[in-house]
Write a protein that binds this ligand. Structure first.
Ligand SMILES: [Zn+2]
Ligand SMILES: [Zn+2]
Ligand SMILES: [Zn+2]
Ligand SMILES: [Zn+2]
Length: 471
């Protein structure tokens, strides 16, 4: 602990323990938006496993992969990554090779993460892998597991997973209870490693980053550069303040966020947003994000349940919307969402697209224009249109999501930035598509700038968008 404190002191940080929160990371100077507060390499990490989408165990890239010829489980992009990982993988490889092929295929990333955790601990104690002040097993040991709060079903699952780890490692002295508890630790502490466009690549355990507590109104954000976890300030953080990130998607009503936090992280959030639960502005925000549309579609008012329970009253124009009418549309949306999941998993792209369009039409009748579920439908449509390279329509959907993003991800949120970036890329693609349609040679690979001056491009853009009706 002392070692950790002095390493953190160099970065102007300190760990404190508060009775109601446990460990917290505090600053000892001011930090400004964009500044790196702390970064850390994972103690252990594994790439996600999805068929046809394998990744290098070292750097998580998905190109130029070769399988480890001994275990046939792990992939590398080349000898650099393989060599760097060899001390640990040598032992993992031997252990995996003892399993029959079918069992080997069933080893999930979480099981591998646990196997790697035990192997790293062993190699640390044998001084094969050096420990550092910010990365060592003692820090993993200090993480919370909330094991006493876990329900019976989950405990049984962890016990089954522990016996598979035992089967792989075959260490006579291994403590099964401890493995199960460590699975619970992973659930509360491991982080999903994402790429620059925030797509998940894998899972990693970062014991110092895990000290950082949650807020639904965080002053910092966790992003990844390769597998390096980087915490950056998104607000001005004053000296002595606690560094806070969000563990969940903050787009959601207080009730939705609280539910996600209790279910996965087993604590009740008392952040400035959550303590407002039940107050009028919190009720209003929930009604906007997850509630219904006014009967008068032009009104944009939000609805609250009437005192007799028969309907929902618009808080702007006072018009009542019948409960039965809402229930009918809502159940139609629900059943369509269930069906669309099946059709998309069956790879039926065109049908999936039409179904999402129908869902969108229904949700526009049902939900408030700032509704999160409507935004999610637009996201799905955007995704499909981008796959089809239908840039113009994709752009229209992308633009529709921006006001909702601005509302649910305020300030310097990376998801909002990413959405602006996607919009910008689509603007550019649409412009190119337009120029191609009016006779720009398609296959020359030349850029628009080769043909037009920036003024002409600007004029063209203005004219182009003036002819478009945005949804
Ligand atoms: Zn690699
Ligand atoms: Zn291997
Ligand atoms: Zn909260
Ligand atoms: Zn109204």
């Amino acid at each position: 602990m002392e070692e950790l404190q002095s390493a953190l002191k160099e970065r102007d940080l300190i760990v404190c323990t508060l009775p109601e929160k446990g460990r917290c990371l505090l600053t000892t100077r001011d930090f400004y938006p964009g500044e790196v507060i702390i970064s850390q390499e994972p103690y252990v990490c594994v790439p996600n496993k999805s068929s046809g989408n394998r990744r290098c165990d070292g750097c998580f890239t998905s190109s130029n992969l070769r399988k480890c010829s001994a275990c046939h489980v792990v992939w590398y992009c080349g000898s650099t990554c393989q060599k760097l990982d060899w001390k640990l993988h040598r032992l993992e490889c031997q252990a995996l090779s003892r399993l029959d092929m079918d069992k080997r295929k069933s080893v999930t990333p979480s099981i591998r993460l646990m196997v790697k955790l035990y192997l790293r601990r062993k190699l640390e104690s044998e001084k094969v892998i050096p420990t550092t002040a910010t990365n060592n097993y003692n820090l993993v040991e200090a993480l919370v597991s909330h094991i006493s709060d876990i329900d019976e079903k989950q405990l049984v699952l962890y016990a089954q997973m522990a016996s598979l780890v035992n089967l792989i490692l075959q260490w006579p002295e291994i403590n099964m209870k401890e493995i199960a508890e460590n699975f619970s630790k992973f659930a509360c502490n491991a982080h999903t490693i994402c790429d620059g466009e925030l797509r998940p690549l894998g899972t990693g355990l970062y014991p110092v980053i895990s000290i950082i507590n949650h807020s639904c109104l965080p002053n910092s954000v966790l992003v990844f550069e390769g597998r390096l976890a980087v915490v950056r300030a998104v607000q001005h953080i004053t000296q002595g303040a606690e560094v806070l990130i969000s563990y969940i998607d903050t787009a959601g009503s207080t009730m939705t966020r609280q539910k996600a936090l209790t279910e996965q992280y087993l604590f009740t959030c008392t952040c400035p947003r959550c303590i407002k639960a039940g107050q009028s502005d919190d009720i209003q925000e929930s009604a906007i994000l997850e509630g219904y549309q006014c009967k008068d579609y032009q009104c944009n008012g939000f609805l609250l349940r009437s005192s007799d329970g028969k309907g929902f009253i618009c808080q702007r124009c006072g018009v009542v919307r019948d409960k039965e009418e809402i229930r009918k549309i809502a159940s139609e949306v629900k059943s369509m969402l269930d069906t669309v999941l099946m059709s998309s998993s069956a790879g039926n792209h065109q049908e999936t697209f039409f179904m999402y369009q129908k869902i969108e039409t229904l949700q526009r009748k049902l939900c408030h224009p700032f509704s999160i579920s409507l935004m999610q439908t637009c996201e799905k449509l955007l995704e499909i249109l981008m796959e089809q390279q239908n840039w113009r329509e994709a752009l229209a959907y992308c633009r529709l999501t921006i006001p909702v993003y601005q509302r649910v991800y305020p300030g310097f949120h990376p998801l909002l930035g990413l959405q602006y970036y996607t919009c910008g890329k689509l603007e550019w693609q649409s412009l190119l598509a337009y120029w191609h349609s009016v006779g720009l040679p398609k296959s020359t690979g030349m850029c628009v700038q080769d043909f037009y001056s920036p003024v002409e491009v600007y004029k063209g853009l203005k004219g182009f968008w003036a002819t478009r009706t945005v949804l």
